[in-house]
Design a binder for this molecule. Structure first.
Ligand code: IPE
Ligand code: IPE
Ligand code: MG
Length: 246
């Protein structure tokens, strides 16, 4: 049986999030410039988006650029932004053909104007697609997101729009960038690093974590299937006992 056939379609994670890491090391291993690693990583994005849509995953969120990534060398940042524009132009067709809606989370106004425009355009063109939601985390930092929520909520309290007593988890969810998305069920990080790097801290409260040594440009459909099979063999207890679940 192929890996794909081993996936139980009725036990799929509703939301898969991926920290796409290892582009730089992939390039370095080949004596290439880091930017070529990012170009190669873009091909994995297409592969994984297609595979996710094929299997029937409803929500896929990809960490493409963190608030901390702005500290990288200027040329690398510029190249990543150009690559974003190029990929959006190229992949709009794939999104439409596969009925995929694009969303973006993060400090989007910090993106270069061209990237922001292109992104808004693709988001608008795909807004009625229903098969899968693909969310790109761009200039995204979870702490920045939480600070934003606190500012918005304190402002609403100050202006008597809401009361302190009414603040609960659901109100916080509604103010996060991810307000349209369910909690993350499966978080994958490639490249062997075992850390979260400021990604979706609130949203991964009960996510299953999956770390693989594979570098992002080498992460392909079968590697995603492997992660999904691994996920399906876990018992998610959400605080309960195993006996309570069965
Ligand atoms: C992930 O690959 C892509 C981004 C963070 C934009 P890296 O560029 O972090 O690759 P490594 O970690 O240096 O190998
Ligand atoms: C996390 O990767 C951000 C993205 C994948 C976009 P990094 O490579 O920036 O993370 P650290 O700095 O190694 O933790
Ligand atoms: Mg990295």
């Amino acid at each position: 049986m192929s890996l794909k056939d081993q996936i139980l379609t009725d036990k799929l994670p509703n939301h898969v999030a991926i920290i796409m890491d290892g582009n730089g090391r992939w390039a370095k291993q080949r004596g290439m410039l880091r930017v070529l690693g990012h170009e190669s990583g873009a091909k994995s994005v297409r592969d994984i988006v297609e595979a996710s849509a094929e299997i029937g995953i409803k929500n896929l969120t990809l960490y493409a650029f963190s608030t901390e990534n702005w500290k990288r060398p200027k040329l690398e940042v510029q190249t990543l932004m150009k690559l974003l524009v190029k990929s959006l132009k190229k992949e709009i067709k794939t999104l439409q053909e596969n009925n995929i809606r694009l969303l973006a989370i993060g400090c989007l106004h910090d993106l270069p104007k061209k990237a922001h425009q292109e992104l808004s355009e693709v988001i608008d063109k795909t807004k009625n697609n229903t098969h899968m939601t693909l969310t790109l985390a761009l200039s995204y930092g979870s702490r920045e997101e939480i600070v934003k929520v606190i500012k918005e909520l304190t402002d609403k309290v100050k202006n008597n729009i809401i009361s302190v007593e009414s603040i609960d988890e659901s109100i916080i969810n509604k103010h996060l960038y991810t307000h349209d998305l369910p909690d993350v069920d499966l978080l994958i990080r490639t490249s062997g690093e075992q850390r979260i790097s400021n990604f979706l801290l609130w949203q991964i409260a009960y996510a299953e974590l999956y770390f693989t040594d594979i570098l992002w440009p080498d992460f392909k459909k079968n590697d995603l299937y492997q992660a999904l099979i691994n996920y399906q063999n876990r018992e998610r207890r959400f605080g309960k006992t195993s006996e309570q679940l069965s």
